[in-house]
Design a protein around this ligand. Sequence first.
Ligand SMILES: [Zn+2]
Length: 81
Amino acid sequence: MKKIVYTLKQHPRTNEYHLFEATPLENNECRPNKKSMCEMMENVNGFKFACRTEKEAFLKCAELGRQVCGNCMKELYSTDD
Ligand SMILES: [Zn+2]
């Protein structure tokens, strides 16, 4: 199964953070999807954090609290298998 990592980006207008699923590449880099997990934000340059595992992403988003999009968090919860 393909491993997925997570990148958090700030929306340029609302300043809210959205999560992007990303495909790991070589050199600890990753390529984020074109849209956030909630599909409300397009990919932009820059990030708050990048290429984190699900658990790391969860913990970091918990620290940021309500600045993180609720719908993206819901999607992150539901990726548990
Ligand atoms: Zn979102």
